[in-house]
Design a protein around this ligand. Structure first.
Ligand SMILES: *[C@@H]1O[C@H](CO)[C@@H](O)[C@H](O)[C@H]1NC(C)=O
Ligand SMILES: *[C@@H]1O[C@H](CO)[C@@H](O)[C@H](O)[C@H]1NC(C)=O
Ligand SMILES: *[C@@H]1O[C@H](CO)[C@@H](O)[C@H](O)[C@H]1NC(C)=O
Ligand SMILES: *[C@@H]1O[C@H](CO)[C@@H](O)[C@H](O)[C@H]1NC(C)=O
Length: 187
């Protein structure tokens, strides 16, 4: 009789312990802080028919009513741009490059200025080796968040969020983005 009571008390204790540790785990995930935070800038110079030497991006797709030299009307709907942009640690285009931002953006709404981004940061510096890959919608607001969907090398299995901020725009030729990367999974 006493043994049965002892066993049932032990089982109850074990169950309580298990459920409380699960709750703690859930709370931890919700209030987790980034395990790594980094800020970079990348610089995009779009080919416009005259700057072939300096351009770092090119329109590779245009709707039937446009062309691949100038972004189309109606919020550039249907344009697809491929880029290979330098990444710097500050907002100066001529600062030391720590890697390249490579990928594409496409304009996906006729009635509103918005884009979809898919690209990677390929790092090649003494500080960072490897890549971080980003993907998601870019509503072109002052600041917006994009998903960090993976990484390699120093950023093996990275997951998180990057806050993009348009730091400068010069006509339709140059823009600079500030990228505030917050990783919530680091290995
Ligand atoms: C290319 O960049 C160089 C250096 O920033 C600048 O002097 C030159 O005017 C640029 N050329 C074009 C065609 O934009
Ligand atoms: C491309 O389209 C723009 C207007 O959207 C036009 O001004 C320009 O002349 C066109 N260029 C070519 C090469 O067709
Ligand atoms: C990375 O940097 C090293 C040293 O500067 C250079 O030799 C190598 O070609 C670079 N690799 C790439 C992919 O840019
Ligand atoms: C982006 O900006 C538009 C217009 O200013 C606003 O209506 C919208 O709520 C913003 N979206 C986000 C996600 O901040």
């Amino acid at each position: 009789m006493a043994t049965t009571r002892l066993i049932s008390t032990l089982v109850l204790c074990l169950l309580l312990l298990l459920s409380s540790s699960t709750a703690t785990h859930r709370r931890k995930i919700r209030s987790r802080r980034p395990c790594k935070q980094m800020v970079f800038y990348f610089h995009d110079i779009l080919y416009n028919g005259k700057n072939a030497k300096n351009a770092t991006s090119a329109i590779v797709g245009a709707p039937a009513w446009g062309n691949r030299t100038i972004l189309a009307g109606q919020n550039h709907f249907g344009n697809l741009v491929v880029f290979d942009d330098p990444i710097t640690l500050d907002n100066n285009l001529h600062s030391t490059r720590v890697g390249r931002a490579q990928g594409f953006y496409l304009y996906d709404r006729k009635d509103y200025f918005t884009a979809w981004l898919g690209f990677s940061f390929a790092f090649n510096s003494t500080q960072h080796r490897g890549s971080i890959t980003f993907a998601g919608p870019d509503p072109l607001n002052k600041t917006r968040d994009i998903s960090v969907i993976g990484g390699t090398g120093d950023f093996f299995m990275a997951r998180g969020i990057a806050t993009l901020m348009t730091d400068a725009v010069e006509g339709e030729v140059y823009f600079r983005l500030q990228v505030d990367i917050k990783l919530y999974e680091c290995w």
